[in-house]
Design a protein around this ligand. Structure first.
Ligand SMILES: C[S@@+](CC[C@H](N)C(=O)[O-])C[C@H]1O[C@@H](n2cnc3c(N)ncnc32)[C@H](O)[C@@H]1O
Length: 235
């Protein structure tokens, strides 16, 4: 995609930000498959490394809410909040949370990453998986993440990148099989994913001023810290 800047610009212009009704329902069905279940396990395992037993976590672009449910299994003392721009996704998430008997532990509401309905310094940890490449103004979104994070809190922004290193691809093929891995890379042409460099550049343009990329499963994780003293921080 880096070789086709105009195509990339066009896709970005027409790429929907909120996932609409029928696509949300299909995404929710896909979320039940072995592949997605493993994906949520990997993400929840990685995120919970940054959480102590208690605290507040916000998941932006939570989709059908399955990551929050998986996080609750690992850290039942966390106060979990999800937002999504898509009303259809929010209603699917609330249905899944209710089916899992977790309405007391997880709340999900409709909101935009660019204007979040939370006071400053609200959350110990903010995360987002596979959503930031949809955001129309990702720097504004990251500035909002900075605002709602408590000082010392971490943000873990996960997304697929278009230049995934070869050893990460090999690991994905090993774990998910060649067909799934191929579908994933084909997907990278349909969606305007960042490169590692442009993903880190977003952090530099935001209030965080810097961010570091590492990989968790197939996802690049842009790790950000709001300087100060936090209760969930492990590093
Ligand atoms: C590919 S889905 C990922 C869902 C989930 N995080 C996962 O990993 O399965 C991206 C989600 O981000 C949401 N989204 C896109 N732009 C958003 C924004 N500006 N604010 C909040 N949510 C947004 C979409 O509606 C969609 O549900």
């Amino acid at each position: 995609m880096r070789r086709f800047p105009l195509v990339r610009k066009l896709i970005q212009k027409f790429h929907p930000e909120a996932i609409p009704g029928i696509a949300a329902a299909l995404y929710d069905i896909a979320g039940k498959t072995r592949y997605f279940r493993r994906y949520y396990e990997i993400m929840a395992g990685d995120i919970s490394e940054f959480c102590k037993a208690e605290g507040s976590v916000l998941d932006i672009g939570t989709g059908p809410g399955r990551l929050l449910i998986e996080l609750h299994k690992r850290r039942s003392g966390l106060r979990l909040t999800g937002i999504d721009l898509s009303a259809a996704m929010v209603s699917l998430a609330n249905r899944n949370i209710s089916k899992a008997g977790l309405v007391h532990a997880i709340r999900v509401c409709e909101a935009n990453a660019a204007h979040m309905p939370f006071p400053d310094d609200s959350f110990d940890l903010v995360t987002s998986t596979g959503s930031i490449h949809h955001w129309k103004d990702p720097v504004l979104g990251l500035n909002e993440v900075f605002r709602v994070l408590k000082p010392g809190g971490h943000a873990l922004m996960y997304d697929i990148v278009s230049d995934t290193p070869a050893q990460v691809k090999r690991q994905v093929i090993h774990e998910f099989g060649r067909l799934t891995a191929s579908l994933l890379w084909i997907h990278a042409f349909a969606e305007p994913f960042y490169t590692c460099e442009s993903f880190e550049a977003l952090a530099r343009s935001s209030a965080f001023e810097q961010g570091r990329i590492r990989f968790a499963g197939m996802m690049a994780c842009l790790a950000l810290t709001k300087k100060g003293q936090g209760i969930l921080s492990n590093g």
